[in-house]
Write a new protein. Structure first.
Length: 292
């Protein structure tokens, strides 16, 4: 069944919650700003994604029906390509998929773009992948219109950091991307500088833990013999936002260069707990997303 799991790259999704206490604007990016609308759209995409990323070789017609009902446009060919290996496998294949987490990147009322994590279970093995979904609403029904596995996409144009829900959301997302750069950009030739970059973007309780283990972290970076950088266009979506605190779903393909100069891309998904300190956002906890 490993063949089937390797044939699909899955994504983890994080669920969004509304920003509290401020009026909803009528236009622009309403992700989290319109809490009920965002949640309903995320729910609809979850249902569609779980339907079309599940497969039973004993009943391929059910898959085709799910695709016909839940997929439109470019996503049809994208999904066909992802499932090509699975559908051609001589082995019996039965895959159950669930959306682990999802975060809305953009929401306009009839269109949503989200970052999601899917977990796929064959009964003997499990796999995860991070995916960016775009879905369109037509006739009261949501359909997936674009599917990007291990995505690298630029963020929407940010709202001004003016204290509105949209401004706070986008400031938190910019902060999360800066946190990712500080934590995951390392160089074995400069272990002290690598540690200092991480220390600058974290707050307690994480900060106290880092400082207590500084020598261990610095030595581990030194011995790694690698240089690590974020891939282009790391992606982030707010899961929950309450005042000066947020939970953010973060994805990037880390670029790891070894001592010989060989570079390897390593997809990495995590949840950040972040807090605002003055004009900056800092991480209080980081939880890598792994298969259950």
């Amino acid at each position: 069944m490993k063949l089937a799991l390797l044939g699909l790259l899955l994504v983890v999704s994080a669920c969004s919650a509304p920003v509290s206490g401020t009026a909803t604007p009528l236009s622009g990016n309403l992700a989290l700003v319109n809490g009920p609308g965002t949640a309903a759209a995320l729910d609809a995409v979850k249902t569609a994604a779980e339907a079309v990323f599940s497969y039973d070789s004993a009943n391929p017609a059910a898959f085709d029906q799910a695709v016909a009902a839940n997929v439109t446009g470019a996503a049809k060919q994208q999904l066909a390509t992802l499932f090509d290996v699975v559908r051609k496998s001589p082995q019996q294949v039965r895959l159950a998929t669930r959306v682990r987490e999802a975060a809305a990147l953009e929401f306009t009322g009839d269109r949503i773009r989200e970052l999601a994590v899917l977990e796929q279970d064959s009964g003997t093995t499990k796999g995860l992948a991070t995916v960016a979904f775009t879905a369109q609403k037509a006739g009261g029904h949501w359909q997936l219109s674009d599917i990007a596995v291990s995505p690298a996409q630029p963020p929407p144009a940010p709202h001004q950091d003016d204290g509105t829900p949209a401004g706070t959301r986008d400031a938190a997302l910019a902060g999360a991307r800066a946190i990712g750069g500080g934590l995951f950009t390392t160089d074995s030739a400069d272990p002290d500088g690598s540690y200092a970059r991480a220390e600058a973007v974290i707050a307690d309780p994480m900060l106290s833990e880092y400082r207590a283990k500084k020598g261990t972290y610095v030595e581990a970076i030194r011995k790694s013999g690698t240089k690590v950088a974020l891939g282009p266009d790391p992606m982030a979506g707010v899961v929950t936002l309450t005042g000066a605190r947020a939970v953010v779903l973060f994805f990037t393909t880390l670029q790891v260069t070894d001592a010989t100069g060989q570079a390897t891309g390593k997809p990495f998904t995590a949840e950040f707990d972040i807090v605002r300190e003055g004009a900056s956002w800092k991480a209080t906890a980081v939880r890598p997303v792994t298969a259950a």
